[in-house]
Design a protein around this ligand. Structure first.
Ligand code: GCU
Length: 424
């Protein structure tokens, strides 16, 4: 008896503590909250037109996310250079041009390089482009044996044959299913991708990657309101865009910032912080991406900061289990993309990313697009699974898990043809 009592006394508090920390997947337990009005400034002034949006509200939203969520970039590079290190006009059986570009970034006597893998339709035109990071190296997205294998740090992955944090040819082509290259090319688009680990290795260590270039003498970590990894990845996308602007085979006014999951968060922040991106696609970006934080559904601010302390600025930890204190939720991030085309996509089995929170967030930006006479997602009710809604703001939810599928790409391509590509 005594032993049972002892057991209960010991385990009860542990069970209670874990129960409290279980993610919520129950819609009835979502706290009541009102999503702040996008067309009213923090000090209560109504925004009625595009100039009020562009000169007042959008900048204040940008500064909020810069200071409270992703962190400030501490300055500019001293210089930047590009070199096409490999190329072919006979890629993908002759239908594509392939280029591999080394981008070198210089600051404070230090440097960092990353590589863009670029496929373009072999049609003699300047093509619109999807630009997005990959998780395990450029060589994983295609079976094309000419793709250079990165020597940057990589996360070990037994299934992909990656050990000792080193990429080898064992992982060539392991992620082809996530990149519908043929469909992209056949649709008249190019694809540019970068291994995100070359810009900032995805670990809680600020001694490597992009951050270190910006340190003052003796500094080892970004300051509390300075950038985490997501902002560094976003910065890298802008530097890739700097290159794309120099490439006459690319229509640099039509570069779409694309990303999945943590890289979808980065794609959104890149689109918000750099107005040169023509459009943004968020694929299953979830918490700290498209999803509303105040719903506390699936992944929460506290959880993401605990598990990935290097992704956001330290200031974001003030909202751990305190989401209600956010002056604006993630719809304030999506709104910064306006009036440019924006696509938010979810997956049914990806409840961790809160599909409903991703949809609502995209729905709330509608009034901002209306200022420009553009169509958003007027209905509060989510579209059915497999029934995409394609306006300037677009959304779909598909069956299946957290991933990028052929179906997702089919949607992105047909939507981008209508809303991003140049009409013939
Ligand atoms: C984790 C993390 C998510 C992130 C995802 C990913 O699940 O909690 O926030 O989006 O990894 O990047 O795959």
């Amino acid at each position: 008896m005594k032993r049972i009592l002892f057991y209960i006394l010991i385990t009860y508090p542990i069970c209670m503590a874990t129960a409290q920390f279980e993610p919520n997947y129950d819609e009835t337990k979502v706290p009541k909250f009102e999503a702040s009005d996008l067309l009213t400034t923090f000090d209560g002034k109504k925004v009625n037109d595009t100039s009020g949006w562009e000169n007042t509200r959008r900048p204040e939203l940008y500064h909020f996310f810069e200071e409270q969520v992703y962190g400030k970039v501490p300055g500019k590079l001293d210089s930047l250079s590009f070199e096409v290190v490999e190329g072919s006009t006979e890629a993908l059986g002759g239908k594509a041009i392939r280029k591999q570009i080394e981008v070198d970034m210089f600051k404070n006597g230090k440097s960092l390089s990353f590589h863009i893998l670029l496929y373009l339709p072999n049609n003699g035109k300047a093509s619109p482009i999807f630009l997005g990071y990959n998780f395990y190296g450029n060589h994983t997205i295609t079976d094309d044996s000419n793709v250079i294998i990165s020597n940057a740090w990589a996360m070990d992955n037994e299934d992909f044959g990656i050990s000792d944090n080193t990429l080898t040819k064992a992982s060539r082509g392991v992620r082809t299913h996530r990149w519908a290259i043929e469909k992209i090319i056949d649709g008249g688009f190019g694809l540019a991708t970068i291994y995100y680990g070359e810009v900032d290795p995805d670990k809680n260590d600020f001694s490597d990657g992009l951050h270190r270039l910006f340190y003052e003498e003796g500094q080892t970590n970004p300051k509390a309101d300075e950038w985490g990894s997501i902002a560094a990845w976003a910065f890298g996308m802008s530097r890739a865009l700097d290159y794309l602007e120099t490439d006459s085979d690319v229509d640099a006014h039509r570069v779409i910032s694309f990303g999945h999951s943590r890289l979808g968060k980065a794609a959104l922040w890149a689109g918000a912080s750099d107005q040169r991106f023509a459009a943004v696609i968020s694929n299953n970006s979830g918490c700290g991406g498209a999803a509303l934080s105040k719903r506390k559904f699936g992944e929460t601010v506290g959880r993401i900061n605990a598990r990935f302390p290097h992704w956001f600025s330290d200031t974001f930890t003030a909202y751990n289990d305190n989401e209600e204190a956010l002056a604006i939720d993630q719809h304030g991030l999506l709104a910064q993309i306006a009036p440019r085309p924006l696509y938010v996509a979810s997956a049914e089995d990806d409840q961790w990313a809160d599909p409903r929170g991703e949809y609502l967030s995209a729905h709330y930006v509608t009034p901002v697009y209306q200022l420009y006479g553009k169509k958003g997602l007027a209905r509060t009710k989510m579209p059915q699974t497999g029934s995409p809604v394609h306006h300037t703001v677009a959304y779909h939810i598909r069956t299946g898990k957290h991933d990028v599928t052929e179906y997702d790409w089919e949607q992105y391509i047909s939507w981008a043809k209508k809303f991003v590509a140049k009409e013939e």
